[in-house]
Write a protein of this length. Sequence first.
Lengths: 393, 396, 311
Amino acid sequence: MSKLIKPRYGAVLLVVGAVLAAGCSSSKKTSTTGTTTAPTSVKIGFIGALTGPDAQLGINEHEGEKLAIAQHNAKSGSTQVQLLDYDTTGSGTVSPQLAQKAITDKVVAVVGPAFSGESKTADPIFEQAGIVNITASATNPKLADNGWKYWHRAVGNDNAQGPAAANYILKKLNAKNIAVIDDNEEYSLGIADIVRSTITAAGAKVAVTDHIDKNAQDYSATVNKVKSANPDAIFYGGYYSEGGRFLKQIRDAGITVKFVSDDGAEDPKIIDSAGAAAAEGALLTCPCGDITKSTNSNAPSFVSAYTASAKAAPGTYSAEAYDATNVILQAIDAGKTSSKDINDFLSTVSYVGLTKTLKFDSKGEVASPTVYMWEVKGGKVVFDGAVDQLIGG
Amino acid sequence: MSPLAKLRGAMARARRAMPDIVGPVGRRWERLSQWQRRPFYVLALAIAVLAPANSVGRIMAPASDWKTILFNPIGVYILLALGLNVVVGLAGLLDLGYVAFFAVGAYTMATLATHRHWSFWLVLPIGIILAAFAGVILGAPTLRLRGDYLAIVTLGFGEIVRRIAINTNSLGGPRGISGIPHPPSIGHVKALTYGVLDPKPYYYLLLAMIVLVIFVGRRLERSRVGRSWQAVREDEDVAELMGVPSFKFKLWAFAIGASIGGMCGVIFASKQIAITPDNFPFLLSVLILAAVVLGGSGNIPGVILGAFLVAWLPEYLRDASFGKFVVRQVHHVLPRAGSFSDLRVLIFGGALVVMMIFRPEGLLPSRKRRAELAEGQGGMGSLGGTVVVPPPEESK
Amino acid sequence: MHNLIREFWPSTVDGLTLGSIYALIALGYTLVYGVLRLINFAHSEVFMVGTLGSLFMLHAIGVNSPQTGFALVGVLLLMLLAAMAVSGITAVLLERIAYRPLRRRGAGRLAALISAIGASFFLQEVVALRYGRDLIAFPRVMKKVTLFKIGAGDVRNDKLIVFVAAIVLMFVLERFVNGTRLGRGIRATAQDAETAVLMGVNIDRVVVATFVLGGLMAGVAAMLYGLRFENTQYIAGFVPGIKAFTAAVLGGIGNLRGALLGGLLLGLVESYGASFFGSQWLDVVAFAVLVIVLMFRPTGLLGEALSRARA
């Protein structure tokens, strides 16, 4: 029993040997976009999920960042920028090691992490190392309360989205009795709780509070609760997969009231999971506008350039990531190539991007974010406009 | 000769050939006495101490940060696997919810350190005791159940712990707990200064705990407790008849295994800064169990090797360039595999099956476990052990 | 308490529906366990590929709108056949590749469990990497209508089909195990494998038969699941699989009637529990009931005995 090496460990050597042999041919580099590594080159990173079940958001952002850098590098005389990818698969346990890797790689700034969970474990490392990080989609409000100096958010947080959704339900849908359901995930519960408190503060009633189990497929218990409470409207905090599935079961049970959800559900795939008939009329809030409907004069050229390079239309947060990258690139153009200089630059910048004017407050939040409403119409997720205007008009 | 028979013949030959490659080395090792082996242990420790070097990292983890990986997942998996090994390998109890104890430790650290501002060094023993207590709570009503019933109950326990963490506001709910402080540094030694940027001190802390667990584990193994575990593992009824209070010893195994999981959790939480219930999925229990069995259940070097491989291979294979070749090859069957990273779980699953076919006893099995297997008992009863059909004759 | 009273009948209807699906999957666990004393962890994936089988049948015959009358019956039968075929074949392949070689070597059950877990990962990932990780939607083939009400509970046609199909199949299976030669072989092996071999039972055939039967039942469950929830996913087998295994243990693993009882009971417990405590406590309630039952009846409600599965 007390042997360190056993007679039959040939297999071990074989396995390890084979793996090492295979690995010798493995690349040392993560994928790069920059053309050369001229001495004047600067490295910036993307951190977020590029593979795995939750990768779509990350891929959208990555393509946006890639495009911004490619356009920047194509301009003559500009400092060449190299993009390094850090694929977290969306996990908060993987993100620290990649943040650490970014330090070793001497990255000066990153776009990401894409999700709030992975931000919480990776951002302290960026902060300590003094690496500028701008997230284009981690919308948890609490991220701003850590006193991080290098952290920025190029999008409105849930504190803006929650009240907007609640006000829309109260004022536009005139609902008095509202079922607020969520999937008990960090992001979803955050929004749903804000919706609940806004509703209560306005004197309306939260008719049902329930938290579905994300992994289960049968949401009958929640559906039954909603049905017996007979609300005027339903708010669901969560993502498109379960949201769609829940919506289908709601409609099958004969509940026809308006269904409102958040930017996690703002994805055409909600129509797949709910079925076109059930999804019809679902209202989805998002701090993201429709870049193809944008009045910004640069938007059409972005859409065509993005479609050409990503071989897909811009997705959720593609344009936000593009903006976030461009504000970093502007700093680099201004000759700021160290993290510290870029960070100082960001504290004073007022950059007119595609989605909004990026002007960061002392916490790193973008000033006065707008929340937009999207709606499922005729089997498509279409853009309704800014929530404030919809309520007002 | 049909192609299938040919393949079968080749597989049988490969199976026989494998052990012989280094057999003589192993036998020589077995002849060494305890003190003759000491230098090798020292060597192994030296390698572990020098492991975080950058030059090693360039080879071992070209696409990630080696020092961070050494802490988590490698170190964490090794410590967890050593703890689970006490339960599964030594006492022969199937635990599918081991991650629960890891979670108990991590949440103990997170709660006491953020709410009460207790120091890491004070929380560490508390976390260990609480986890052991959780082990007893789980074990006391369930350890009288037979192996397979225990499996589902432990699985359920793992889920219950995670669910409670999600549903309890004072534990942060799904948001978890952030702002967990680092251990206070000891003196001004760099290796004992715990901060955000340098993962090395954490690795050394974990390494120290691993060495401690190995030391205690080997002592236990050779003590009365260890012999009782072996008896219970091989035949509980007989052991009971011979006067071994099997319930008591099984409970001990649970408590000890759990306390190691808890210890690992405390360290993990203080390094991680923020924890959420998502850090403790059922999958982690499965991975650790796979590590134990893959390496050689019951044998400490085997378990360490298994955990190392399970933790390190997926990180190593991240973005390996030969991966692009593989992705191209499988593209028409698996069109959604965009990069080699996407294939990691698939390959891991396949590898588990292949490993169990060729080496069901694990990569470095313990001698006792091999003997049990040879008797067709497998320690935990065998799969149709009584209905073993001899392999078909190799066709000529 | 108020919630539970108000939602009692709807909860009962939904609990029985879900429980029926659990019960059908649980049969696969129970059969294999009865014969091999092995937790077939990959059984959840046998179920999952079955859902894909019935979906692809719909694609193949080009049905994407609600049907009525004989057309509906035909479509449902084709879905059922496809799901049973795919699940059955997968179960056999699983036995051939992941279990039989281990059995031949006399490997431990722990090794078999790991092999099963490996096979489970493998199958999930094949589906994920081939069809994506998002939900895959089923077209609606049957208009969902409420047939009648029990209290406040709507008994809908799809829910009723699920429940009735599960009960009928349960009895068909029991007749098969009790009444046929192969069924006798299965029971004999479950009771005493060694003696069964001596008496001339072909173990390999019995084992394959057990996997096939389990696979077919998972296929039925898969088709019903597709009908009821109208979507699937690479991970769709995970939760039903774990719950079905829990149900099998609850009823007494190795016991066919135990699987049915355990499945229905677990479905109801989850449904009432979610109504009373809130849906977020559903898993906790389910597992807590399991632990409590096992504390008082260590081999499940009906005890374990495939060999004594007769009335």
